[in-house]
Design a binder for this molecule. Structure first.
Ligand code: NAD
Length: 523
């Protein structure tokens, strides 16, 4: 079932281009530990070329290109990309499964979501044409005020490896829908499908430079993208925008309206760990560059005594072990009512012992390998530290015995956990669930919020009022009631506390890439 891995270059200005330093990064299949190909490693010089290409695509032809096109025009490309991705679904899903180790069936669902997300933002791009300009009522008749939404400019998009193509799409689709041009820097650990996205863009004739894809390491390729200075000197509009009289102000605004954004306002949209997010925010701060940060999590799932145990167990398992436990919003802290804890854990352990752990391409695989040897070592270290700190490994905790190769970790449940322990406090990003019990609603809420993170939180109970109370009390950006993890392109996604800020998806996702300009006319 294995397929050849295409050998690609960087995707810049609509063409494949060898990195300036000609370096490559090996691709390791996490299921076999074999090197199966390589990807190009970009550096600052390549970033420079890509930013230039993206800037030109924004203002090409005297401002008649991407930024000034109608939303309907841009939507045509987004729909064509969605259609091509659907056509290549089975191929892309296999590449994704081989590259990051997720079970093939899950990878196929991701590819469906990728196509759905491009379609959704195509809809928003079309609808945007009538929302671009919105009147604002002000208390003085002599002034007419409106809001103009414009593309931010050139945007840098940096993404992680757990949903390689989907995380890229969450940024690329809204950025392009808004009229921005972009440079995508996917994770060095899983970039294959993002390079295939480049091939899709070529196939559908996306204008060159609108999307550029640079693979490479964070410090070498990501950091120069973050710290790339604003290159507004090429702006042809700048001198007009600061006239002082009201009359010329009005003229100038109309002028700006007819042309692409005068500043190449490089915005950074980042998804990844909180540690890297903090570095990116620091680097962006010196240039006062806007950032959105979608970071890590340690999300709770609170299970009350009135649940249907089977259904609740399914959600608890899905919420933690989906995508091999490598989900930012994984509900990896189980907070279960003391009265049902024993029966509930029995069910979870039974499932963990029967789950099919195998090569992600094998039929029926439910848990594949961890993405890389480094990440695998980290997960095992979390488990051994938990043991050292006095927790109990109820099940799992090691490499499955039937698999001699690959970065596999058994689904692991840890009990006797104290809130001071590392396993309770830090994101593992692997198939590890830690458990605490509670006796009162107040205690459950306190435990749920006992974290620096604030991405997701779930409550399972048949008492709707109680669910409402917990929904309000959770310190999180996303709340699931009687479920865990469902995610829709239409609904906002993002966290609070150290899980970051800003929202992706939905109309909020489009707004990330738009500048809100207030225009006031004196009449
Ligand atoms: P990571 O932070 O190590 O890397 C993420 C990306 O940042 C990669 O492309 C990497 O090359 C790049 N990078 C690294 N150092 C950089 C630097 N100095 N400057 C610029 N770019 C740099 O994260 P990861 O291990 O790839 O992904 C796992 C993390 O992502 C987890 O913490 C997970 O919770 C988080 N995540 C969050 C969400 C969300 O929506 N909140 C979604 C998926 C993953």
């Amino acid at each position: 079932m294995a397929i050849p891995i295409p050998s690609r270059q960087l995707f810049i200005d609509g063409e494949w281009r060898e990195p300036v330093h000609k370096n490559r990064i090996p691709i390791i299949n996490p299921a076999t530990e074999e090197t199966i190909g390589d990807i190009p490693a970009a550096t600052a010089e390549d970033v420079e070329i890509a930013v230039e290409a993206a800037r030109k695509a924004l203002v090409r032809n005297g401002g008649k290109d991407w930024a000034n096109a109608t939303g309907a025009h841009r939507a045509k490309y987004l729909r064509a990309i969605a259609a091509k991705i659907t056509e290549k679904k089975s191929y892309l899903a296999k590449l994704e499964a081989i590259d990051c180790g997720k079970p093939l069936e899950e990878a196929a669902w991701d590819i469906d979501d990728v196509a759905g997300c491009f379609e959704y933002f195509a809809d928003l791009a079309e609808a945007f044409d009538s929302k671009r300009k919105t009147p604002v009522s002000v208390p003085m008749d002599t002034f007419k005020c409106y809001v103009l939404k414009e593309p931010l400019g050139v945007v840098g998009l940096i993404t992680p490896w757990n949903y390689p193509m989907l995380m890229a799409t969450w940024k690329v689709a809204p950025a392009l829908a808004a009229g921005c041009t972009a440079i995508l820097k996917p994770s060095e650990l899983a970039s294959i499908t993002c390079l295939e996205l480049a091939e899709v863009c070529r196939d559908v004739g996306l204008p060159s430079g609108v999307l550029n894809i640079l693979t490479g390491f964070g410090p070498e390729a990501g950091a120069p993208l973050v710290s790339h200075p604003d290159v507004d000197k090429v702006s042809c509009d700048l001198p007009f925008c600061f006239s002082v009289s009201c009359f010329s102000f009005e003229l100038d605004v109309l002028h700006c309206n007819d042309h692409p954004p005068s500043m190449v306002n490089q915005q950074i949209a980042f998804t990844g760990s909180s540690a890297t997010g903090s570095k990116i925010m620091t680097a962006a701060a010196s240039l006062v560059k806007p950032v959105t940060l979608e970071l890590g999590g340690k999300s709770p799932i609170v299970v009350f005594e009135d649940v249907d145990l089977d259904k609740a167990a399914e959600w608890a398992l899905f919420g933690c072990f989906w995508t091999n436990g490598q989900i930012c919003s994984a509900t990896s802290r189980l907070i279960v009512h003391e009265s049902i804890a024993e029966a509930f854990l029995e069910k979870l352990v039974k499932w963990c012992k029967n789950i099919k752990i195998s090569d992600p391409l094998e039929e029926g695989c439910r848990l594949g390998p961890i993405v890389s040897s480094g990440q695998y070592e980290k997960v095992l270290k979390f488990i051994s530290t938990a043991k050292d700190e006095g927790a109990t490994i109820l099940c799992g905790g090691a490499q499955p015995q039937h698999l001699k190769k690959g970065f596999y970790v058994e689904p692991t449940i840890i009990t006797d956990v104290k809130t001071s322990m590392q396993i309770w406090r830090e994101e593992v990003f692997g198939p590890v669930l830690c458990v605490k019990t509670f006796t009162s609603e107040e205690e459950a809420i306190e435990l749920a919020n006992d974290t620096h993170y604030g991405l997701g939180a779930a409550v399972l109970s048949q008492d709707h009022e109680r669910c409402e109370r917990l929904t309000k009390a959770f310190q999180a950006g996303i709340v699931w009631v009687n479920c865990s993890q469902p995610c829709f392109s239409q609904a906002p996604w993002g966290g609070k506390k150290r899980s970051g800020f800003g929202r992706e998806l939905g109309e909020w996702g489009l707004d990330n890439y738009l500048n809100v300009k207030q225009v006031t006319k004196y009449e």
